[in-house]
Design a protein around this ligand. Structure first.
Ligand code: ADP
Ligand code: MG
Length: 229
C-alpha cells in the first residue's frame, strides 16, 4: 500500500533538537576521551584505537556540518534561479559515483523552472535526496528526476528511485532527527532538507513502498518564468 507523509507534522522543537545533538555528540566524545586516557596510561597507541578515534571525530564533524547548514540565515541572498541548472550541477557531482554503483540518473526537465531560492541550500537538499536514493539501491537501477511548473504555478521536483523502500511501520519516523537505518548514517539529511524547503515556502512529501522504491515530491512557488527566458 502506498503511504503519504506530510513532513511538517514531524518538525521538532529547537529544544528537542538541541538535546538530540548534544546527545549524539557526547557519545563519540566519551569514546575519544576513553582512548586518550588509555593512551596516557599505557604510553602507547593501538593503531585500531587511532582508527576508531578518527572515525568518531569524522562523525562529530558530519553532525556539526549538517547543523551548520541549518544555522545559516535562511531567507538572505535568495535570488531567482532555474532549478534545472542547480539539479544539473548536483547530478554531475554524483554521476561518476552513481555509475560505479550501477545507477543511472535521468533528468526530465523541459521548461525553465524559476524559484526564488538559496542556491547552495537547494543544492544541499538535492544532494541529500539523491544520496539517499543511491544508498537505497545496492543492486543498481535508475533514478528518475522530473522538474516542471505544474498547473498551480508551483515548481514540482520529483525524485523517484528503485531502491529498497521503507517498511510501512517506519514511514512516520522519516525526517525525525537522528532516525537512520544506516550503520554510519546521521539521520539528519531529511530533517535538514525539510527545513530548507519550508524556508522556501514549499512542501516535501515522501511516498515509499518497501521492495519497490521511494518517491520524494517537492513543491515550491515558481516565479513567472517568461520574464527569465
Ligand atoms: P541518513 O541518510 O543519514 O540515514 P536521512 O535523514 O537522510 O539520514 O534518512 C533517514 C532514513 O530514511 C534513512 O536511514 C533511510 O532509512 C530512510 N530513507 C531516506 N530516503 C530513502 C530512500 N530514498 N529509500 C529508502 N530509504 C530512505
Ligand atoms: Mg541521508
Amino acid at each position: 500500500m502506498e503511504e503519504l507523509l506530510r513532513r511538517s507534522e514531524k518538525l521538532t522543537t529547537v529544544g528537542q533538537l538541541a538535546a538530540g545533538v548534544a546527545h549524539e555528540i557526547r557519545n563519540p566524545l566519551t569514546t575519544l576521551r576513553g582512548f586518550i586516557q588509555l593512551q596516557q596510561q599505557t604510553q602507547k597507541m593501538n593503531p585500531r584505537h587511532i582508527d576508531l578515534m578518527l572515525s568518531e571525530l569524522d562523525r562529530i564533524n558530519l553532525i556539526v556540518g549538517e547543523f551548520l547548514i541549518l544555522a545559516k540565515p535562511q531567507a538572505t541572498n535568495f535570488t531567482p534561479k532555474d532549478i534545472r541548472f542547480i539539479m544539473g550541477d548536483v547530478i554531475s557531482l554524483l554521476d561518476s559515483q552513481a555509475h560505479m554503483l550501477g545507477i543511472e540518473i535521468f533528468l526530465d526537465a523541459e521548461v525553465p523552472t524559476i524559484v526564488h531560492c538559496g542556491e547552495n541550500q537547494l543544492k544541499q537538499v538535492f544532494i541529500n535526496l539523491l544520496k539517499n536514493a543511491m544508498e537505497a539501491m545496492a543492486e543498481g537501477g535508475t533514478i528518475k528526476i522530473r522538474i516542471r511548473v505544474n498547473a498551480g504555478q508551483n515548481a514540482e521536483i520529483i525524485i523517484q528511485d528503485e531502491g529498497e523502500g521503507v517498511p510501512e511501520e517506519l514511514l512516520p519516523k522519516l525526517g525525525e532527527p537522528f532516525f537512520t537505518s544506516k550503520e554510519s548514517g546521521t539521520g539528519l539529511g531529511l530533517m535538514v532538507s525539510q527545513r530548507i524547503i519550508q524556508a522556501h515556502k514549499g512542501t516535501m512529501e515522501i511516498d515509499s513502498i518497501q521492495g519497490q522504491g521511494t518517491t520524494v515530491t517537492i513543491l515550491m512557488p515558481a516565479l513567472n518564468h517568461s520574464k527569465f527566458k
